[in-house]
Each structure stands twice: as C-alpha cells, then as structure tokens.
Design a protein around this ligand. Structure first.
Ligand SMILES: [Fe+2]
Length: 282
C-alpha cells in the first residue's frame, strides 16, 4: 500500500478519534434576543434549552450537565424533544430521573415531545403513556398546548407536537397554521408574545407565518459535523450543508434558536460541534 493511502487512513483515524472525544465536551452556548416586542415580564429572563438528550449521560448521573445548568441559574428550562430514543425501558427510567432532577431547580420546566417520543407511541404505547403521565404530573408538558408564565398573560410558551410524517415530509396542507390557530384560540393567547417549542426547525417559514415571535428547536444535532458559516454536513432528511443545523436564524419577524443537542444516537461522532446547553437571554 502506498504511503499516501497510509497517511489518509491515519488522518481519518485521528479525526474520528477526536470526533469521539468531542462527544463528551459539553459546553454552554449563549444567545441574546434583542426584540423591541419583548414584554417587560420577559426582559432579563433566561431560558435554558435542552434538546436531543437521547438518553445520554455527561458524567455519572449527568453530574456535569446539572452542574453547568445550576451555574447558569435559568428562569425557565425548556426541553425541546428527543429526551429518549424510545427503544427500551431503561430510557423511560432515564426520562423519569431527568424530570425529577430538573424539577428541583424550582423554575418552570417545559417539555414538548420530539420524533423519538412519538416513535415510542408506535413501539410501546404503555411506556409512551407512562412518560406522558409522569411529565404531566411533575413538569409542564406542552404537546399542542400553551402556557402563560406571567400573571398579566403577556407571554405564552406554545408546544407544537407534530406527527411523525412531518419529520420526513412537508406541511403541504397547512397543519402547522391550523394547529396553532386552535391552540391559540383555546388558550386565549392571541395577543401574547409567543415562544414556540417545536422540535424540527425545517418548517421555519410556516412557524413564522403562524405568528410566533421566537422558535426553539433541535433535531438536527448540528449536522454531526459542523462547518462554521456553512452548516451541518448531514440532517435526518439527508440534506447536505444544512444552514439551520444549529444557531440563530431569522425569518421575517421570528427568531429561531436551534440547539445542536446535548446527546447523540446511532453515530457516536461530533466534529466542530460540541454537545451544548443553550442559554437564551431576553
Ligand atoms: Fe429528533
């Protein structure tokens, strides 16, 4: 074998080795939303966004994750889906442990399901119902519901839980707008500053046109390998160099923050794409 092939193989091994190492390098990524429409009750408040945990531990019992979260002193904790992979009972126990620990922060913990929780409904309906019951009892489960944290009802968190086909297809029949209109009407939050929690960032245009001010998403895991200023290498829809793999994005009047994710699944690799707790300050 020629020396060039050996050198290429060595470089691939070194990059993969580093990518495996980077999985453990949890960091805090900060964003600031400067929007004149932000109500007084939200000014200065900080949201910790945790997405795509996929049953992963950062240290024993997630000690490193909770330590960093504690240091940040968030006013709200948002879980934007895929806390579990939905494959076995251990993951349900993981979700229960996480929920119990997050509850101890004594701030509103708001959880909206992602595609992996939805998959669990098909695989193991009993466990899916157990997870739902437990989340409802202990934290704020927002699956197609709204929640106003302030007495004056100037701010509303809206959790949009989309059917599994939407993670592969497109919203051709206006489901996002119809579902939003129904939630907004039912909860009487039409005039609120609306923070959407929606796992999949793909539908940014539909979210913006549905009247949301801010959208918190995840799902793409930063594209596994992230090329700064260009995007993530690959997405669950097999899009290459996807711009919204993570980061802050604007669409009309809406700001979307996409988390690169806390965990991973199937491919244990991250390059230039640390696992992250996202902190959003208003
Ligand atoms: Fe996902």
């Amino acid at each position: 074998m020629s020396i060039i092939i050996w050198v290429v193989l060595l470089i691939i091994c070194m990059i993969s080795g580093y990518g495996f190492f980077e999985l453990k390098m949890l960091r805090v990524k900060r964003y600031r939303i400067d929007d004149p429409a932000v109500p007084d009750s939200l000014k200065g408040k900080r949201i910790a966004l945790l997405s795509d945990l996929h049953g992963i531990y950062h240290g024993k019992n997630n000690v490193r994750l909770f330590k960093k979260l504690k240091e940040e002193k968030p006013d709200y904790i948002v879980l934007s889906g895929d806390m579990i992979n939905g494959r076995n009972d251990d993951e349900i126990k993981y979700a229960f442990r996480m929920i119990k620990k997050l509850k101890k922060f004594n701030v509103p913990v708001i959880y909206t399901f992602g595609n992996h929780e939805e998959k669990l409904r098909d695989i193991d309906l009993k466990s899916y119902r157990r997870l739902k019951r437990f989340a409802k009892k202990n934290i704020i489960l927002l699956n197609n519901r709204a929640y106003c944290p302030d007495e004056n009802r100037k701010v509303a968190f809206v959790g949009l839980n989309l059917p599994l086909w939407m993670y592969h297809g497109h919203d051709g029949n206006g489901l996002i707008k119809r579902r939003t209109d129904l939630i907004v009407k039912k909860a009487s939050v039409k005039d609120c500053y609306k923070i959407l929690i929606a796992h999949d960032p793909e539908h940014i245009d539909k979210y913006a046109k549905s009247g949301y001010n801010v959208c918190l998403s995840g799902h793409i895991h930063g594209g596994i390998v992230y090329i700064p200023f260009i995007g993530g290498i690959v997405t669950p829809r097999f899009q290459m160099l996807y711009k919204r793999a993570k980061g802050c994005h604007k669409y009309e009047n809406m700001t979307m923050i996409v988390s690169g994710g806390v965990g991973w699944h199937d491919i244990p690799l991250r390059l230039l794409n640390h696992p992250e707790i996202v902190m959003i300050e208003f």
